[in-house]
Each structure stands twice: as C-alpha cells, then as structure tokens.
Design a protein around this ligand. Structure first.
Ligand SMILES: [Zn+2]
Length: 62
C-alpha cells in the first residue's frame, strides 16, 4: 500500500514507513516529506489488530 501526495505539482508516492501520521486537530494526516502538503488519512483496524491507513481524497468531513 502506498500514498500519493495530493499536491498535484508534487505527486510523490510514499510508503507508510516513509511518513509520520499524526492528528493536528482536524483528523489524521501526514505531511508529505517532499513538499509538506497535508494528506489526510483514515485509520482502520482489522479484527486481528492490524492497523491500516487509507488516504482520503480531501479533508475529513467535520
Ligand atoms: Zn508532496
């Protein structure tokens, strides 16, 4: 699974291990290591406890 920076002039692709996912108060996101753009993600946890993150198209609905 990989993420694509939503800054269209960047568009860099990152693996989960490349980025730091944190909550800055508007939902989970990572900042692109190349351009610093905010990329929002959603956290899912499977029954066996595996955590996966899915990239959102835009901002999470407030
Ligand atoms: Zn970027």
């Amino acid at each position: 699974m990989s993420f694509t920076c939503r800054n269209q002039s960047c568009g860099a692709q990152w693996e989960l291990s490349d980025v730091v996912i944190k909550n800055e108060g508007q939902g989970l996101l990572f900042r692109c290591p190349m351009c610093g753009a905010r990329n929002y993600v959603e956290r899912f946890e499977s029954d066996d406890g595996t955590v996966v993150y899915e990239q959102l198209e835009g901002r999470p609905f407030q």
